[in-house]
Design a binder for this molecule. Structure first.
Ligand SMILES: [Zn+2]
Length: 279
């Protein structure tokens, strides 16, 4: 599933191509949009907000398209003259005089008067959005230390959209590694400095991933990776997808465990459990 930073980048691409341009044609092939052409044609997209992994496409008609890509949804952007072939099911196409933005395969799509989307059950349940500038490390620290989070395992907190909106499977492994947090530890097991570090890493790594298009390692490691000419997947992460390979910090073999049915890769040396040390 794409994570918050990928969704924000998809929103940027759609904005760049059709924002502020008169909508000339629209195809509404999802039941949540059917028959609402008049809200689109002769209006334009004013901007796109993202909330975690959901996209809110704002129309000058005063309406907002809510869409969540889940596992399969995908946005594409083409010149208006291009008619792309795809095996995916088209849900929505917005055409201006220059470009067409299309949403494929997504099933979770709805229309709201702008502002009223805040009553959507998914939106109301979200925790702080890791890419929102208002989600400062101090806000994220408060969230980690909150009664709803502080006794929960790091591995489950880092995937729960009600705790932190926008994090997904690879960010979970990467954040816990960089913050030196064992996946079984809870915020309550860590001292204040450690929690602060964790909160800062959540913020910094989410932003970096957005800026780099999915590279979680720091600039120096990324430059060395690029120079090595090895495939990007072999160097873009510190630990994720690197089971059995050397930890970049201490050379211990990376270990894989499954949490909530999904893989988590970590370094047993760098991420020593504070919980075990206490007992
Ligand atoms: Zn290590």
């Amino acid at each position: 599933m794409p994570e918050g930073p990928e969704i924000r980048r998809a929103a940027d691409r759609v904005e760049k191509s059709i924002r502020g341009k008169l909508i000339l044609e629209v195809e509404l092939l999802h039941p949540g949009l059917a028959g609402r052409e008049s809200l689109f044609v002769n209006h334009y997209v004013t901007h796109i907000d993202t909330r975690g992994k959901a996209m809110l496409t704002r129309l000058s008609s005063g309406w907002t398209i809510y869409s969540h890509n889940q596992l399969y949804g995908r946005w594409t952007v083409n010149r208006a003259s291009t008619n792309p072939h795809s095996n995916r099911a088209l849900r929505l196409a917005i055409t201006t005089d220059s470009h067409t933005a299309r949403l494929w395969s997504a099933t979770d799509i709805d229309l709201f008067r702008s502002g009223e989307e805040n009553s959507h059950p998914f939106i109301t349940s979200l925790g702080p959005d890791v890419l929102n500038p208002e989600s400062t490390p101090s806000v994220l620290l408060d969230q980690l230390a909150s009664t709803s989070c502080r006794r929960r395992k790091a591995a489950s907190l880092m995937l729960d959209q009600r705790a932190f909106a926008g994090l997904g499977n690879y960010l979970r492994s990467e954040i816990l590694f960089k913050a030196n947090v064992h996946p079984d530890d809870r915020p309550d097991d860590l001292d204040k400095d450690h929690l602060e570090r964790w909160a800062t890493v959540i913020s910094q790594m989410s932003l970096r991933t957005y800026q780099t298009g999915g590279i979680t390692v720091d600039k120096k490691m990324a430059e060395a990776g690029k120079a090595s000419k090895r495939p990007r997947r072999t160097w873009r992460h510190y630990v994720f997808n690197r089971e059995g390979l050397d930890c970049p910090a201490c050379a211990t073999a990376i270990v894989r465990k499954r949490y909530g049915g999904r893989r988590l890769d970590f370094c047993p040396t760098c991420q020593i459990s504070k919980r075990d040390l206490k007992t």
